[in-house]
Design a protein around this ligand. Structure first.
Ligand code: R5P
Length: 351
Protein backbone atom coordinates (compact mmCIF):
# COMPACT_ATOMS: atom_id res chain seq x y z
CA UNK A 1 0.00 0.00 0.00
CA UNK A 2 1.51 3.35 -0.98
CA UNK A 3 2.37 5.48 2.05
CA UNK A 4 1.48 8.66 0.21
CA UNK A 5 -2.09 7.67 -0.71
CA UNK A 6 -4.48 10.60 -0.37
CA UNK A 7 -7.02 8.34 1.24
CA UNK A 8 -4.85 7.74 4.24
CA UNK A 9 -5.91 9.16 7.52
CA UNK A 10 -2.94 10.44 9.45
CA UNK A 11 -3.49 9.50 13.10
CA UNK A 12 -0.36 11.05 14.50
CA UNK A 13 2.65 12.73 13.02
CA UNK A 14 5.54 13.10 15.38
CA UNK A 15 7.28 16.39 14.97
CA UNK A 16 10.73 14.89 15.09
CA UNK A 17 12.51 18.21 14.82
CA UNK A 18 10.64 19.76 17.72
CA UNK A 19 11.18 16.61 19.76
CA UNK A 20 14.89 17.02 19.47
CA UNK A 21 14.60 20.41 21.12
CA UNK A 22 12.72 19.02 24.14
CA UNK A 23 14.75 18.67 27.29
CA UNK A 24 13.53 16.90 30.38
CA UNK A 25 13.31 19.48 33.17
CA UNK A 26 16.31 19.21 35.45
CA UNK A 27 18.04 16.64 33.24
CA UNK A 28 20.52 18.09 30.79
CA UNK A 29 20.67 16.35 27.44
CA UNK A 30 23.79 14.25 27.49
CA UNK A 31 25.91 13.63 24.43
CA UNK A 32 25.56 10.08 23.22
CA UNK A 33 28.95 8.52 23.84
CA UNK A 34 28.22 4.92 24.83
CA UNK A 35 28.33 1.92 22.58
CA UNK A 36 27.94 -1.83 22.32
CA UNK A 37 30.24 -3.56 19.87
CA UNK A 38 27.67 -6.24 19.02
CA UNK A 39 25.47 -3.71 17.22
CA UNK A 40 26.20 -1.07 14.66
CA UNK A 41 24.45 1.58 16.81
CA UNK A 42 21.41 2.40 18.90
CA UNK A 43 18.06 3.63 17.61
CA UNK A 44 14.99 4.89 19.45
CA UNK A 45 11.55 4.65 17.90
CA UNK A 46 8.23 5.51 19.41
CA UNK A 47 4.67 4.59 18.65
CA UNK A 48 1.96 7.20 18.93
CA UNK A 49 0.72 6.38 22.44
CA UNK A 50 3.02 8.60 24.50
CA UNK A 51 5.13 11.06 22.48
CA UNK A 52 5.94 13.20 25.55
CA UNK A 53 7.51 10.33 27.44
CA UNK A 54 9.38 9.21 24.30
CA UNK A 55 10.79 12.75 24.00
CA UNK A 56 11.89 12.72 27.63
CA UNK A 57 13.71 9.41 27.14
CA UNK A 58 15.31 10.72 23.96
CA UNK A 59 16.41 13.93 25.70
CA UNK A 60 17.83 12.01 28.65
CA UNK A 61 19.90 9.79 26.37
CA UNK A 62 20.81 12.48 23.88
CA UNK A 63 19.64 10.05 21.17
CA UNK A 64 17.11 11.42 18.66
CA UNK A 65 13.89 9.58 18.00
CA UNK A 66 14.14 8.01 14.58
CA UNK A 67 11.55 9.07 12.04
CA UNK A 68 8.66 6.88 11.03
CA UNK A 69 5.17 7.22 9.63
CA UNK A 70 2.26 5.65 11.40
CA UNK A 71 -0.97 5.93 9.48
CA UNK A 72 -4.47 4.59 9.76
CA UNK A 73 -6.46 3.84 6.65
CA UNK A 74 -10.21 4.54 6.46
CA UNK A 75 -10.75 0.80 7.01
CA UNK A 76 -8.82 1.17 10.33
CA UNK A 77 -5.83 -0.86 9.11
CA UNK A 78 -2.60 0.56 10.52
CA UNK A 79 0.47 1.15 8.38
CA UNK A 80 4.01 1.77 9.65
CA UNK A 81 7.04 2.83 7.63
CA UNK A 82 10.51 3.59 8.98
CA UNK A 83 12.38 6.58 7.58
CA UNK A 84 15.77 4.92 7.96
CA UNK A 85 17.47 1.53 8.03
CA UNK A 86 17.79 -0.36 11.31
CA UNK A 87 19.94 -3.19 9.94
CA UNK A 88 22.17 -4.53 12.72
CA UNK A 89 21.09 -1.82 15.17
CA UNK A 90 20.16 -2.10 18.85
CA UNK A 91 16.59 -0.79 18.63
CA UNK A 92 14.32 0.43 21.45
CA UNK A 93 10.65 0.77 20.57
CA UNK A 94 8.65 2.86 23.06
CA UNK A 95 4.92 2.30 23.26
CA UNK A 96 2.72 2.29 26.33
CA UNK A 97 -0.57 0.38 26.35
CA UNK A 98 -2.80 3.32 27.22
CA UNK A 99 -6.20 4.03 25.61
CA UNK A 100 -7.03 3.29 22.87
CA UNK A 101 -5.45 0.13 24.29
CA UNK A 102 -6.10 -2.30 21.46
CA UNK A 103 -5.08 0.16 18.74
CA UNK A 104 -1.87 0.91 20.59
CA UNK A 105 -1.10 -2.79 20.99
CA UNK A 106 -1.74 -3.43 17.30
CA UNK A 107 0.44 -0.49 16.34
CA UNK A 108 3.23 -1.88 18.54
CA UNK A 109 2.97 -5.30 16.90
CA UNK A 110 3.05 -3.85 13.39
CA UNK A 111 6.03 -1.63 14.24
CA UNK A 112 7.81 -4.69 15.64
CA UNK A 113 7.18 -6.60 12.44
CA UNK A 114 8.53 -3.67 10.49
CA UNK A 115 11.75 -3.55 12.55
CA UNK A 116 12.23 -7.33 12.36
CA UNK A 117 11.77 -7.39 8.59
CA UNK A 118 14.28 -4.57 8.26
CA UNK A 119 16.87 -6.81 10.01
CA UNK A 120 17.25 -4.95 13.31
CA UNK A 121 20.07 -6.51 15.35
CA UNK A 122 18.05 -6.60 18.55
CA UNK A 123 14.63 -5.16 19.39
CA UNK A 124 13.62 -4.15 22.91
CA UNK A 125 10.02 -3.12 23.51
CA UNK A 126 9.76 -0.40 26.13
CA UNK A 127 6.22 -0.71 27.49
CA UNK A 128 5.81 1.47 30.60
CA UNK A 129 2.26 0.19 31.15
CA UNK A 130 1.45 -3.41 30.22
CA UNK A 131 -2.29 -3.82 29.65
CA UNK A 132 -4.35 -6.95 30.34
CA UNK A 133 -2.07 -7.65 33.31
CA UNK A 134 -5.00 -8.51 35.58
CA UNK A 135 -5.86 -11.42 33.29
CA UNK A 136 -2.95 -13.50 34.58
CA UNK A 137 -4.65 -16.69 35.77
CA UNK A 138 -7.67 -18.93 35.31
CA UNK A 139 -9.49 -17.90 38.47
CA UNK A 140 -12.92 -18.66 37.00
CA UNK A 141 -14.03 -21.41 34.63
CA UNK A 142 -13.66 -20.85 30.88
CA UNK A 143 -11.63 -17.61 30.97
CA UNK A 144 -8.48 -16.65 29.04
CA UNK A 145 -5.05 -15.69 30.35
CA UNK A 146 -4.70 -12.62 28.18
CA UNK A 147 -1.46 -11.36 29.74
CA UNK A 148 0.19 -14.58 28.58
CA UNK A 149 -1.36 -14.24 25.13
CA UNK A 150 0.00 -10.70 24.88
CA UNK A 151 3.49 -11.81 25.93
CA UNK A 152 3.40 -14.52 23.26
CA UNK A 153 2.33 -12.22 20.45
CA UNK A 154 4.92 -9.59 21.37
CA UNK A 155 7.70 -12.13 21.02
CA UNK A 156 6.17 -13.67 17.89
CA UNK A 157 6.07 -10.21 16.32
CA UNK A 158 9.79 -9.75 16.97
CA UNK A 159 10.53 -8.51 20.51
CA UNK A 160 13.90 -9.85 21.69
CA UNK A 161 13.65 -8.14 25.09
CA UNK A 162 11.23 -6.04 27.09
CA UNK A 163 11.44 -3.19 29.58
CA UNK A 164 8.28 -2.61 31.66
CA UNK A 165 7.33 -0.80 34.85
CA UNK A 166 5.50 -2.26 37.87
CA UNK A 167 3.71 -5.20 36.32
CA UNK A 168 0.48 -5.93 38.16
CA UNK A 169 2.00 -9.24 39.30
CA UNK A 170 5.71 -10.07 39.16
CA UNK A 171 4.89 -13.57 37.90
CA UNK A 172 3.90 -12.07 34.54
CA UNK A 173 7.65 -11.95 33.81
CA UNK A 174 7.40 -15.73 33.48
CA UNK A 175 4.96 -15.38 30.58
CA UNK A 176 7.83 -14.07 28.46
CA UNK A 177 10.28 -16.50 26.93
CA UNK A 178 12.68 -13.64 26.18
CA UNK A 179 14.73 -11.74 28.78
CA UNK A 180 13.56 -8.42 30.11
CA UNK A 181 13.59 -5.92 32.93
CA UNK A 182 10.63 -5.14 35.11
CA UNK A 183 11.40 -1.82 36.76
CA UNK A 184 9.66 -0.26 39.70
CA UNK A 185 8.60 3.34 40.06
CA UNK A 186 8.00 2.97 43.78
CA UNK A 187 11.41 4.52 44.44
CA UNK A 188 10.19 7.69 42.74
CA UNK A 189 6.98 7.70 44.76
CA UNK A 190 8.64 6.88 48.08
CA UNK A 191 11.41 9.46 47.50
CA UNK A 192 8.69 12.01 46.91
CA UNK A 193 6.98 11.22 50.22
CA UNK A 194 10.30 11.07 52.09
CA UNK A 195 10.83 14.67 50.93
CA UNK A 196 7.27 15.62 51.92
CA UNK A 197 7.99 14.23 55.41
CA UNK A 198 4.33 14.11 56.47
CA UNK A 199 4.12 13.91 60.27
CA UNK A 200 2.01 11.30 62.09
CA UNK A 201 1.55 9.32 58.91
CA UNK A 202 0.80 5.70 58.15
CA UNK A 203 1.11 3.90 54.82
CA UNK A 204 -2.08 2.10 53.77
CA UNK A 205 -2.56 -0.59 51.15
CA UNK A 206 -6.00 -1.64 49.97
CA UNK A 207 -4.72 -4.82 48.36
CA UNK A 208 -3.46 -7.71 50.49
CA UNK A 209 -1.63 -9.07 47.45
CA UNK A 210 0.31 -5.83 47.42
CA UNK A 211 1.28 -6.03 51.12
CA UNK A 212 4.96 -6.85 50.55
CA UNK A 213 5.53 -3.90 48.23
CA UNK A 214 3.59 -1.66 50.58
CA UNK A 215 5.73 -2.88 53.49
CA UNK A 216 8.89 -1.90 51.56
CA UNK A 217 7.33 1.46 50.77
CA UNK A 218 6.49 2.02 54.46
CA UNK A 219 10.02 1.00 55.52
CA UNK A 220 11.50 3.55 53.15
CA UNK A 221 9.34 6.22 54.79
CA UNK A 222 10.03 4.74 58.25
CA UNK A 223 6.28 4.65 58.86
CA UNK A 224 3.89 1.90 60.04
CA UNK A 225 1.68 0.00 57.58
CA UNK A 226 -2.09 -0.51 57.74
CA UNK A 227 -3.99 -2.99 55.57
CA UNK A 228 -7.46 -2.58 54.15
CA UNK A 229 -9.21 -5.79 53.26
CA UNK A 230 -10.80 -5.54 49.80
CA UNK A 231 -12.96 -7.97 47.88
CA UNK A 232 -13.80 -7.80 44.18
CA UNK A 233 -17.06 -8.75 42.54
CA UNK A 234 -17.05 -11.66 40.11
CA UNK A 235 -16.37 -9.65 36.97
CA UNK A 236 -13.53 -7.79 38.75
CA UNK A 237 -15.11 -4.43 38.03
CA UNK A 238 -16.28 -3.35 41.49
CA UNK A 239 -14.54 -3.60 44.81
CA UNK A 240 -15.80 -3.36 48.35
CA UNK A 241 -13.64 -2.83 51.43
CA UNK A 242 -14.31 -4.85 54.51
CA UNK A 243 -12.10 -3.74 57.37
CA UNK A 244 -8.87 -2.00 58.25
CA UNK A 245 -6.05 -3.74 60.07
CA UNK A 246 -3.78 -1.24 61.81
CA UNK A 247 -4.00 2.12 63.56
CA UNK A 248 -5.27 5.01 61.40
CA UNK A 249 -7.24 7.15 63.86
CA UNK A 250 -5.73 10.61 64.10
CA UNK A 251 -3.11 9.67 61.48
CA UNK A 252 -2.36 11.11 58.06
CA UNK A 253 -2.76 8.23 55.61
CA UNK A 254 -0.75 7.55 52.44
CA UNK A 255 -2.60 5.00 50.29
CA UNK A 256 -0.22 3.19 47.93
CA UNK A 257 -1.19 0.96 44.98
CA UNK A 258 0.18 -0.12 41.62
CA UNK A 259 -2.60 1.49 39.60
CA UNK A 260 -5.73 3.58 39.83
CA UNK A 261 -8.25 2.38 37.29
CA UNK A 262 -11.88 3.30 38.03
CA UNK A 263 -10.76 4.67 41.44
CA UNK A 264 -13.38 2.44 43.07
CA UNK A 265 -10.78 0.96 45.41
CA UNK A 266 -9.49 4.40 46.33
CA UNK A 267 -13.02 5.67 46.92
CA UNK A 268 -13.92 2.82 49.24
CA UNK A 269 -10.64 3.04 51.09
CA UNK A 270 -10.82 6.81 51.58
CA UNK A 271 -14.38 6.53 52.89
CA UNK A 272 -13.44 3.75 55.29
CA UNK A 273 -10.38 5.64 56.54
CA UNK A 274 -12.50 8.73 57.18
CA UNK A 275 -15.01 6.75 59.25
CA UNK A 276 -12.06 5.40 61.23
CA UNK A 277 -10.91 8.92 62.10
CA UNK A 278 -8.03 9.40 59.65
CA UNK A 279 -6.76 12.98 59.15
CA UNK A 280 -5.32 14.02 55.77
CA UNK A 281 -5.33 11.39 53.05
CA UNK A 282 -2.77 11.08 50.26
CA UNK A 283 -2.91 8.59 47.39
CA UNK A 284 -0.07 7.37 45.22
CA UNK A 285 0.19 4.81 42.42
CA UNK A 286 2.53 4.06 39.54
CA UNK A 287 -0.08 3.85 36.79
CA UNK A 288 -2.75 6.54 36.29
CA UNK A 289 -4.95 4.22 34.25
CA UNK A 290 -7.89 6.55 34.89
CA UNK A 291 -10.99 5.19 33.20
CA UNK A 292 -14.76 5.44 33.52
CA UNK A 293 -15.71 7.44 36.62
CA UNK A 294 -12.13 7.68 37.96
CA UNK A 295 -11.53 11.40 37.53
CA UNK A 296 -14.93 12.42 38.92
CA UNK A 297 -14.49 10.10 41.87
CA UNK A 298 -11.03 11.45 42.62
CA UNK A 299 -12.28 15.02 42.23
CA UNK A 300 -15.07 14.50 44.75
CA UNK A 301 -13.02 12.71 47.40
CA UNK A 302 -11.31 14.47 50.33
CA UNK A 303 -7.79 13.66 49.13
CA UNK A 304 -4.99 16.09 49.92
CA UNK A 305 -2.72 14.96 47.09
CA UNK A 306 -2.67 12.26 44.40
CA UNK A 307 0.79 11.30 43.15
CA UNK A 308 1.23 9.15 40.04
CA UNK A 309 3.84 8.66 37.33
CA UNK A 310 3.58 9.23 33.60
CA UNK A 311 3.72 5.57 32.51
CA UNK A 312 0.35 6.49 30.97
CA UNK A 313 -0.19 9.99 29.57
CA UNK A 314 -2.48 12.15 31.72
CA UNK A 315 -4.53 14.35 29.35
CA UNK A 316 -5.26 17.97 30.38
CA UNK A 317 -8.89 17.21 31.25
CA UNK A 318 -7.68 14.67 33.83
CA UNK A 319 -5.17 17.03 35.43
CA UNK A 320 -6.85 17.60 38.79
CA UNK A 321 -5.46 20.48 40.89
CA UNK A 322 -4.25 18.03 43.56
CA UNK A 323 -2.65 15.64 41.04
CA UNK A 324 1.13 15.44 40.83
CA UNK A 325 2.74 13.50 37.97
CA UNK A 326 6.32 12.26 38.34
CA UNK A 327 8.26 11.30 35.22
CA UNK A 328 9.68 7.84 34.61
CA UNK A 329 11.56 9.23 31.58
CA UNK A 330 14.99 9.46 33.23
CA UNK A 331 14.54 5.99 34.80
CA UNK A 332 13.69 4.41 31.44
CA UNK A 333 16.47 6.36 29.72
CA UNK A 334 19.06 5.17 32.21
CA UNK A 335 17.88 1.57 31.92
CA UNK A 336 18.07 1.72 28.12
CA UNK A 337 21.61 3.08 28.45
CA UNK A 338 22.59 0.22 30.76
CA UNK A 339 20.94 -2.49 28.65
CA UNK A 340 22.70 -1.16 25.56
CA UNK A 341 26.05 -1.08 27.35
CA UNK A 342 25.50 -4.51 28.93
CA UNK A 343 25.73 -3.05 32.44
CA UNK A 344 23.75 -4.00 35.54
CA UNK A 345 20.23 -2.64 35.82
CA UNK A 346 19.82 -4.02 39.34
CA UNK A 347 22.67 -1.78 40.51
CA UNK A 348 20.38 1.19 39.81
CA UNK A 349 18.09 -0.12 42.55
CA UNK A 350 20.94 -1.19 44.88
CA UNK A 351 20.26 -4.85 44.06
C1 R5P B 1 -5.89 -4.31 42.01
O1 R5P B 1 -5.64 -5.42 42.30
C2 R5P B 1 -4.91 -3.19 41.87
O2 R5P B 1 -3.86 -3.25 42.76
C3 R5P B 1 -5.63 -1.87 42.01
O3 R5P B 1 -6.12 -1.77 43.31
C4 R5P B 1 -6.75 -1.78 41.04
O4 R5P B 1 -6.27 -1.97 39.75
C5 R5P B 1 -7.48 -0.48 41.14
O5 R5P B 1 -8.65 -0.57 40.38
P1 R5P B 1 -9.85 0.43 40.59
O6 R5P B 1 -9.24 1.81 40.61
O7 R5P B 1 -10.76 0.20 39.42
O8 R5P B 1 -10.51 0.11 41.89
Amino acid sequence: MPASSASMQRIHVLEIESMLRVEYAGQPTRPFSFHNEMYSGIKLFSGTSHPTLASEISAYLGVPLSGRDILKFPNENIFVQLHESVRGQDVYLIQTMSPPVNDNIMELLIALDCLRRDSAGRITVVVPYFAYARSDKKDQPRVPITARLLADILTTAGADRYIMVDLHAGQIQGFFSVPGDELTAFHLLSDYFVTRDIPDSVVVTNDLGFAKKARNFASKLKRPLALVEKRRTKNDARSEVLSVIGEVEGQNCIIVDDEISTAGSVQNTVNLLRTQGAKDIYVCATHAAFCGPAVERLRSLPIKEIVVTNTIPVPPDQMLPNLKVLSVGPLLGEVIRRVHEGRSVGALFNE
